[in-house]
Design a protein. Structure first.
Length: 254
């Protein structure tokens, strides 16, 4: 990415940050969601017999929390942002200048990317302290976070391409919000599922991200398995990016 693109990215980030700051309730969302997530995760995981399946609760809760924040804070928010900016003709006006299409989309999402990463970092630190779990494979967790951000941003662009209006965003994002956590090991660890099903769900979107982040604390993935998970995430991200490239609309539908 050249210097001009970086300047455009910073400008778009500042614009979205100012718009975010105008609504004080956004700060409640930014702070309350991780807090509620910590309480909910502790309650839910206590109801599951994780020890019987050889699952460490601390690392599992870190990966679960990261998956939920990637879906709700990043994916759903950025999908709505893309559609809203399209309906306001912001995207159309940006395209009349020298800003490239990828920079427009990445710059628009950058504020929520930063917010999501900050939330995940805070939650991960708190959970690590609560459970006395230190990262054993930190580069794996970083790789999972990076690929997860890329995947959710690409999925948001692809979903926005299917939305006719801001009102349709809620409906369009429902499949990912309800189904994705179930099949990717966010809500239900794959260890508690039948072996055949658990093995198949390794290839579901976001599953590699969850595995990589969890392995950051457990070291469960070997040096050969980490690149495989990264490639799986990259393939899904590329697929959604291709859909967005082919179908994304830059002005309101008529």
């Amino acid at each position: 990415m050249n210097g001009l693109a970086l300047r455009h990215m910073r400008t778009l980030f500042r614009i979205e940050w100012k718009l975010f700051n105008r609504i004080r309730a956004n700060y409640v969302f930014a702070v309350a969601v991780p807090l509620m997530l910590l309480v909910a995760m502790r309650s839910v995981q206590e109801q599951m017999d994780l020890a019987a399946h050889g699952v460490d609760a601390g690392p599992l809760m870190v990966s679960t929390s990261a998956g939920i924040l990637l879906i709700f804070t990043l994916y759903s928010s950025v999908t709505g942002l893309y559609v809203a900016r399209r309906e306001e003709l912001v995207l159309k006006r940006l395209r009349t200048g020298e800003v490239s299409d990828p920079v427009i989309l990445a710059g628009g999402a950058s504020m929520y990317v930063a917010l999501t990463v900050a939330q995940i970092a805070v939650v991960a630190v708190v959970l690590s302290v609560m459970f006395g779990a230190a990262p054993r494979q930190p580069l794996s967790a970083v790789a999972g976070l990076v690929t997860g951000v890329a995947l959710m941003t690409a999925m948001a662009a692809a979903t926005a391409a299917l939305c006719r209006s801001v009102e349709s965003v809620m409906v369009a994002t429902l499949p990912a919000i309800f189904v994705l956590p179930l099949v990717s090991g966010v809500y239900i660890p794959r260890e508690v599922l039948p072996d055949a099903l658990g093995d198949a769900l390794v290839y579901a979107p976001l599953s590699p991200t969850v595995d990589l982040i969890r392995s950051g604390w457990t070291g469960q993935l070997s040096m050969a398995e980490v690149p495989v998970r990264i490639v799986l995430d990259a393939v899904w991200a590329a697929l959604f990016a291709w859909v967005a490239f082919r179908r994304f609309r830059w002005e309101p539908r008529t």
